[in-house]
Design a protein around this ligand. Structure first.
Ligand SMILES: [Ca+2]
Length: 314
């Protein structure tokens, strides 16, 4: 079986970290060509550093890490540090990176890698705001034809927003980039909050990760437990939704997710609903479907896959 070449565009962030680990654990199916950091959950200097720390944890210092854009296209950067307690990423239980950041700009890496590839071969995993990907598509529109699939964690359909009443965080941070990306004719799969809110941590699921007996399993359990404690204190909620790892799980086991082909448009004007993913679920607008939007996920299947795969890492 030939491995599927992927590029991970990311803003780690705790669930980004888990997603990167899952991708690095899937050596039979996926070839991680590079990790490109973007500003989002945290400022760029922290997301690129955290990306290198995650690769270090997985014993994969060979994976090249690049820094992309340090702010959204039009709007000022609004990070999630104050909302999600991701500031604790600084205290992430991750090793210091020994690999240095690549000097090439992340957007240039995206463009160069895609233009060197055959048509429709590269899969791009978008785990943060879509700034880097939109920049690549604007700078070199011919890259669109090299993308086999762009899988985005972002948006919401029947669920409401998680950062404003209408908008999900990744889209809200850079709605203009998202608007460019959804209209570029690439085969797009979107995994919105509707699906990611189904894959909640539970004490038993965290115990299974903790019991893996390697370095990565207990580290992931500790990261998620620390987060869950803060969250319960702040919001009194049930478990933590593992948003970004759904993108990698979808590549490995697409049948864990179900959805339909729809038209998705991004609100970029209204102060009230800025960054809303406007999903034409019932086909009432006549607009051509531009994305496959997943609205459900099989949580047990997801956690079985995650636990089994993380068990293959150091
Ligand atoms: Ca993310």
């Amino acid at each position: 079986m030939t491995r599927r070449p992927i590029i991970i565009d990311t803003d780690p962030g705790i669930d980004d970290a888990v997603a990167i680990l899952l991708a690095l654990a899937a050596t039979e199916e996926l070839e991680v060509l590079g990790v490109v950091a973007v500003a989002g959950n945290l400022p760029l200097r922290q997301t690129e550093r955290n990306a290198r720390r995650v690769c270090e944890l997985a014993g994969r210092g060979d994976v090249p890490v690049y820094a992309g854009c340090g702010r959204p296209m039009l709007r000022p950067l609004a990070t999630a540090e104050h909302i999600h307690g991701e500031a604790a990423a600084d205290r992430l239980l991750l090793p210091e990176p020994t690999v240095t950041l690549r000097t090439q700009h992340g957007v240039d890496f995206l463009i160069e890698t895609m233009l060197a590839a055959e048509p429709r071969t590269i899969t791009v995993c978008a785990l943060g705001p879509l700034t880097n990907i939109a920049m690549a598509l604007v700078q070199a529109p011919e890259t669109a034809g090299r993308i086999r699939e762009l899988v985005i964690m972002g948006g919401a359909c029947f669920e409401l927003g998680n950062v404003t009443p209408a908008a999900e965080f990744n889209i809200h941070v850079d709605p203009h980039a998202a608007a460019i990306v959804v209209d570029c004719g690439i085969p797009i799969t979107i995994i919105p909050l509707d699906a990611t809110h189904r894959v909640l941590t539970t004490p038993a699921r965290l115990d299974a990760l903790r019991a893996l007996g390697n370095r990565c399993g207990p580290t992931v359990a500790a990261l998620l437990s620390a987060f869950e404690k803060r969250r319960r204190r702040n919001f009194g909620s049930r478990g933590r939704a593992l948003h970004d790892p759904c993108v990698i799980a979808y590549l490995l086991r697409p049948r864990l997710f179900k959805g339909r082909e729809v038209n998705v448009a991004i609100e970029t004007q209204s102060p009230l609903t800025m960054g809303m993913t406007v999903v034409d679920w019932w086909g009432v607008t006549g607009r051509t479907p531009n994305a496959r939007l997943m609205t459900t996920a099989d949580a047990s299947g997801f956690y079985n896959l995650l636990t089994e795969r993380l068990g293959r890492l150091p």
